[in-house]
Write a protein that binds this ligand. Structure first.
Ligand SMILES: Nc1nc2c(ncn2[C@@H]2O[C@H](COP(=O)(O)OP(=O)(O)OP(=O)(O)O)[C@@H](O)[C@H]2O)c(=O)[nH]1
Ligand SMILES: [Mg+2]
Length: 202
């Protein structure tokens, strides 16, 4: 049996990585979510449409600077990354640029990236220039989403886009006869029962 596809949540501390992960995987939101001190993962099946799905193993990393060295361990063999920043805190967007450089240097070759401008429910406190952000994301070839772990806005769409991007790349590799370990693209009907039971693994 092949393993789920690994993706990693990256970004500065307190930007909402854990909340986004929990909202997507468990439909939960905690106003008082504590800072992560370790990486944890959740499994979630993504319906890609057309009878296909993939299972993502979503690794939520600890964003505080003190844990940075450990985080590299988690993105090294990831197929995808969600780079999260907080729209009410401009410096957190500047950190996204650092993550891109790091992933390009040390991450998986051709890793799929999406960027999440989180806490978009706090519209009155936005500190970022939307055009600047969109332009930057276009430059690095990543789709940008305004998300809110509080309201749920943008989250499904973002993970689906990432899942699609990964599956296209993996299928291209397969057709070249270079099937990667960890690939799991299956027929939805075959896996529905199993996924309902195992949606969140730990
Ligand atoms: N209003 C609002 N608050 C949010 C949102 N996402 C997260 N928060 C809050 O922001 C704080 C930090 O969220 P976390 O999910 O713990 O952030 P994190 O990126 O995992 O932080 P580290 O684990 O330290 O790296 C918590 O108090 C959350 O309730 C959001 O979309 N909107
Ligand atoms: Mg966290």
């Amino acid at each position: 049996m092949s393993a789920p596809i690994k993706i990693v949540m990256l970004g500065e501390g307190r930007v909402g990585k854990t909340c986004l992960t929990l909202k997507y995987c468990k439909d939960q939101f905690d106003e008082n979510q504590q800072s992560s001190i370790d990486a944890t993962f959740f499994e979630k099946s993504v319906d890609l449409g057309g009878g296909k799905n993939i299972t993502l193993a979503i690794w939520d990393t600890a964003g505080q600077e003190i844990f940075h060295a450990l985080t590299t361990v988690y993105y090294r063999d990831a197929y995808g990354a969600v780079l999260v920043y907080d729209v009410t805190y401009k410096e957190s967007f500047l950190k996204v640029e650092k993550w891109v450089e790091e992933l390009r240097s040390f991450g998986t070759k051709d890793i799929s990236i999406v960027v999440a401008g989180n806490k978009s429910d706090m519209k009155n406190q936005m500190q970022i220039d939307k055009n600047e952000v969109e332009e930057y994301c276009k430059k690095i070839g990543a789709k940008h989403f305004f998300t809110s772990a509080k309201s749920g806005v943008g989250i499904q769409e973002m993970f689906k886009t990432l899942g699609e991007s990964i599956s296209i790349k993996v299928q291209a590799q397969e057709s070249k006869g270079k099937k990667k370990k960890g690939l799991q693209i299956k027929d939805v009907k075959e896996t529905k029962k199993k996924d309902q039971k195992n949606e969140v693994c730990c």
